[in-house]
Design a binder for this molecule. Structure first.
Ligand code: NI
Length: 165
């Protein structure tokens, strides 16, 4: 298991537009695995390559249903609306209220460069939107309604417990 350092908001890599992946190389496969390890280690539900300093269009997500790898993701449909709390591993201990589509369809390639489509609702839709934004150099704070607020690890644990019910 190899963990990578997560960049914190203010790091210039988080403000850059990422380049598409043209070919899955051993180095990029290792990056995908390291991103998953790093996300799980940090108890996150998603991580984008620029958050570990790599400006490639790669995202990993796991909302509790298993790992999802999105290479060159493109949101092709979105509908509905959800408003809720959102945080980011690049801004630890903080959260804010963000309105996102409640349903999205994304087209992407997997780690074998096979094209697929994925539909997500609620938390998965939110995670897909949040991570795709990272590939455009956008942090969720741009969309926060009102002020950011502090979340303690205790509160996060309580929310996780509530969500799992
Ligand atoms: Ni994030």
């Amino acid at each position: 298991m190899a963990l990578r350092q997560i960049r914190i908001m203010g790091d210039e890599k988080l403000e850059k537009v990422c380049r598409p992946v043209t070919e899955m190389t051993p180095k990029l496969r290792q990056l995908v695995q390291d991103m998953l390890d790093t996300m799980y280690d940090a108890n996150g539900v998603g991580l984008a390559a620029p958050q570990v300093g790599i400006l490639k269009r790669i995202v990993v997500i796991d909302i509790g249903d298993g790992p999802i790898v999105l290479v060159n993701p493109e949101i092709i449909e979105q509908s509905g609306e959800q408003s809720g709390q959102e945080g980011c591993l690049s801004l630890p201990g903080q959260a804010g209220i963000v309105t996102r589509p409640n349903h999205v369809k994304v087209r992407a390639f997997d780690e074998n460069m096979q094209e697929f489509e994925l539909e997500g609702e609620e938390l998965l839709a939110r995670a897909i939107c949040h991570e795709c934004d990272h590939l455009e150099g956008i942090m969720y704070v741009r969309y926060v309604e009102g002020e950011l607020f502090d979340v303690t690890e205790e509160e996060e644990a309580e929310e996780e417990a509530a969500e799992s019910k």
